[in-house]
Write a protein that binds this ligand. Structure first.
Ligand code: PLP
Length: 372
């Protein structure tokens, strides 16, 4: 039995999304940029998806740019502006690395991972043209008060654009409430039951970025490359279902998350919940177990078919010390025992109860080994 508690890494595809994409692999295969009837059919599917995503994301259809993934959306923003760029130290590497590469300013966060607004205010000098602050942190689940960040940015740096990486927000928060405060917003389909390899960047009317890719001029010259029609259509279907079920699903999953964390706090000594529950999204359970190494715990979980993670998953599969926990001031000894369990729309009580047993056993086993 597989117990999947790694929804922040990726989500299983929603059946409506699978169903929506299938015709575009067979009878509706056309390139939407063509000038014949088949092409118009594919173009119509994209137009409909664009209208739907725009409504769900709280922007206008013309403000939607379909991209190849969340990473592309983030890179397109950071590399698409001239002038200085600023972001907090807990951003996903898809923002942090291009910001660092451009010599931008990285500001600190508090113990819960919220951007330090005083430091941010000091960083907002007249040369700053972009501030990027994630809506929800992928590692510890912290929710940003994007309205407060926006207010600060608008008053201290009216010349600058505000971007949010909302890749981890879509499953849990109404995107309309986020989009109204920002100029640019990144999304990724595979984090809300859509396929991998398709994303969105919302770009407020009147905002112009230097495109990452030049070529066929698709997406009104903002993102060249033949459209991933199947992916785009499935992204819209997944987002529609996510939005329709969000409230009910969040309440159910928050209760399961509480059961998981409370269960582990009751079963295991010397463990902390990294971020208080009222600061983070419903699906996030991040804990630090003293006296063990995450890598060994993940090995035991893997043997028991429990899927979780430590620092954010990275392409090499290597365990890097978490830049997020480091920025939050979590001591290295504690961060070494970090475990990220992330729940989602398919999570059941049986998953949670099994995870409590397997994690508690694993921690006990490792501590005994270490002491013995
Ligand atoms: N931003 C955040 C917050 C993420 O969690 C991720 C994925 O882990 C990304 C960006 C990158 O998205 P993608 O996997 O679509 O490139």
């Amino acid at each position: 039995m597989l117990t999947y508690l790694d929804h922040a890494a990726t989500t299983p595809m929603r059946p409506v999304a699978v169903e929506a994409m299938l015709p575009f692999f067979s009878e509706r295969f056309a390139n939407p940029s063509g000038s014949h009837r088949f092409a118009r059919d594919a173009r119509k599917a994209i137009d409909e998806a664009r209208d739907q995503v725009a409504e769900l994301a709280g922007v206008r259809p013309g403000e939607i740019v379909f991209t190849g993934c969340g990473t592309e959306s983030d890179n397109a923003v950071v590399n698409g502006v001239s002038g200085n760029v600023v972001c907090p130290a807990v951003e996903h590497h898809a923002v942090l690395q291009p910001v660092e590469h451009r010599g931008g300013v990285v500001v600190g966060v508090d113990a819960a991972g919220h951007v330090d607004l005083d430091q941010l205010a000091r960083a907002l000098t007249p040369d700053v043209m972009l501030i990027s602050v994630m809506a929800v942190n992928n590692e510890v689940g912290t929710v940003t008060d994007i309205a407060a960040v926006s207010k600060l940015v608008r008053s201290h740096a009216p010349q600058a654009l505000l971007h949010t990486d909302a890749v981890q927000a879509a499953s849990w928060l109404d995107l309309r409430g986020i989009a109204q405060h920002v100029d640019l917003m990144s999304l990724s389909a595979h984090k809300f039951g859509g396929p991998k390899g398709v994303g969105v960047l919302t770009v407020r009317d009147g905002v112009s970025l230097t495109p990452l890719m030049l070529g066929g001029g698709q997406e009104r010259e903002r993102r060249s490359g033949t459209h991933n029609v199947a992916g785009i259509v499935a992204l819209a279907a997944a987002l529609a279902e996510t939005d329709a079920q969000r409230e009910e699903s969040s309440a159910r999953i928050a209760a399961l998350r509480d059961r998981l964390v409370d269960g582990l706090l009751a079963e295991v000594n010397d463990v902390i919940e990294t971020v208080p529950r009222d600061r983070k999204v419903a699906g996030s359970a991040h804990m630090c177990f003293d006296g063990i190494e995450s890598e060994s715990l993940l090995f035991l979980l893997d043997e028991a078919d429990v899927c979780a993670s430590a620092a954010s998953a990275c392409a090499s599969g290597a365990m890097e010390p978490s830049h997020v926990l480091d920025a939050m001031g979590v001591p290295r000894s504690r961060a070494d025992g970090a475990l990220r369990m992330t729940l989602g729309y398919t999570t059941t009580q049986a998953d949670v109860d099994r995870a409590i047993d397997v994690v508690a056993d694993g921690v006990t086993q490792l501590r005994r080994l270490f002491v013995g």
